[in-house]
Design a protein around this ligand. Sequence first.
Ligand code: SF4
Length: 733
Amino acid sequence: MPTKFSRRTFLKAAGAATAGITAATTVPKKFLSWAEEAGQKDMKQIPTFCELCFWNCGLIAKVENSKVVKIDGNPLSLRGRGRLCGRGNAALGALYDPDRLKFPLINTGKRGEPVWKRATWDEAFTLIAQKMNTIKEKYGVGALAMIYHGTGAAFWKHLLHAYGVTTFAAPSFAQCRGPRDIGFVLTYGADVGSPEYYDFSKSKYIVLLGSHLGENAHNSQVQDIVKGFSSGAKLTVVDPRLSNIASKADRWLPIKPATDMALLLAWIRIIIEEGLYDKEYVEKYSTGFDELRAAVQQYTPEWAEAETSISSEVILDVAREMGKCAPNVCVGAGRYATWYGDDTQRSRAIAILNALLGSWGREGGYFFPTGAKVPEYPGLPAYPHHEESTPKLDAAYPFALLQTTTSIKQATITDKPHPIKGWFVYGSNLMKTMPDKQETIKAIQNLDLLVAIDTMPVDFINYADIVLPECTYMERFDEFAVGKFKGMSEVSLRQPTVEPLFESKPSWWMTKELGNKLGLSAFFPWKDGEEYLAKRCEAGGMDFAELKRDGVIVKKGGNPYITAENQPEFATPSGKIELYSKQLAEKGFDPVPQYTKHPTPPAGYFRLLFGRAPLHTFSRTTNNFMLTDLQKENYLWVNAKKGKELGLKNGEYVMLVSQDGVTANGRIKVKLTQRLRDDAVYMNHGFGVHSIGMKRANGQGIADDDLITKHAIDPIMGGTAMRGNFVKIVKGA
Ligand code: SF4
């Protein structure tokens, strides 16, 4: 008799898993929808974790005759809690994609117009080692850099650190969440984490600005916000577009693009002037209140109405609602935050608003996470140190706490402050993540070595000299995923569910082999990826066999909220929440955020907005056959009234031209909608793939990145803001 899974069963299992400090339990077979078949077939259940986005939810693969036939969520995973999102469910589409990179490749043609020669692994590694050594001899090791995204990057960072490389950058910093992290670090001395430390399930009031939560799956976070709604939480969403999450909101504020700062400053002023702030909290934990108050005096609700197009009554109402629900309020920090160039300051304004409401460290606001760490592999030699001899790349951006792709690109073009001649690019489709493609191509043409490590022939691959095909996340041991949550932490294991297909290999293997060629064997003493992980588990007192069996080990403990016994510490210079930032003032920036007017679209143009499709993770999935069946191209959202004025019809194909006269390749279908303001158009990012190797994705829709021909740089941390581009619609495509 099959056992039906119920919520009660799951809670019981999850409760058992988190009852003690290191207690865990096996995945209950009855959770798995197909468990009743277990005794009847040659079937294995192998837990691992998803890489179709950075959330890294735990999954369990059903493997029959060495083939994955189905996946389910792992109920023990804190990131997914037994559930997978629509795209996460498409693991088989990633694993069995016929267009995958299959063999090492050497480009015998030009960068951008490749002529591929199939190579052996030994040939590829010999060539890379030779070129690395030549660059090191000629320019110094500072001329090598790595740009990365994804779990397996850890092995490449280890190899390159061992070689002496000091320049590592992730587009997820300068092109995405860097400004919000720095804005919060400057205010609280801490960032908001990833997954973010939002206490949505306990919130009474939530405000999201430009967040695409739900379209951006954020599995457990979506579950938390739904839980918050069921307990009565109210939601206000500020967005020029009625996003999926806005459609669930109590209030949608369709703000004029580029004016969010005006709204935030007006809210700060109202909360101060109407005495809605948490006086005891502000007095005890913050500094700079009087300076903040003085600096926001001009930002009245009426002034903000003129800037934002949101009525002053609504601005006042929302501020009062927040004040009434404080401190159980969460004003979300957002994720993709590089919008207009003053993004660190906008994030500071969000951080300050939360501080006034007393939400940092309070139920329903931002919780204090429970930390977790897996020790490094024991007994490794120390990395060589070359930082002192290499001028700092990001000196122009004083709060670039991580290195930026912006500076790597500039140094590669100008040779200043020192030449960069070799790039290792791991899992990053730079043609789509970095603004200004022509500038990126100019930088690439100045390189002596470009190595790309990926699973798919994405657009960027065509610019590489050597391509190393990594096996997918379903076929490899990988770095641990360590997550900090409310009252719990988690260590997740990625392990192979099947053998790697074709000649693809895991990064632990590639780096060990290349390390041997470079004379760095001492840095790679492990026999294989499994031993590497097992030894680290052992060093951390974790049971590796248990981790292999369950996929995750959860630890319980830690107080998420401020109490008399649990007082917060702020790693800022003052040791307090800095409403006024002396650090910023000393470097010549506004110590309290101020409003900057940004350009608006000229006549006949629309602001180009872009974002995630619910069923795709950008170009990582636009070739995935399980997802292309559901959405194969992107659409151009156009305000229905405006579209009719222009004579546009639903479903009609059009072309797009940027303000700089650049026409995007291909054509895009119009979607007339009332869910968008009339001064902007919107499309999903990741489509309009140019690479002919991506057979299903090639030429489907338009690439917004073709149209991002200008960007602003955040002077505080070097982020590249891409929302200042305007496009014209051209009929007759
Ligand atoms: Fe995978 Fe979806 Fe989880 Fe992202 S949210 S890791 S795509 S299941």
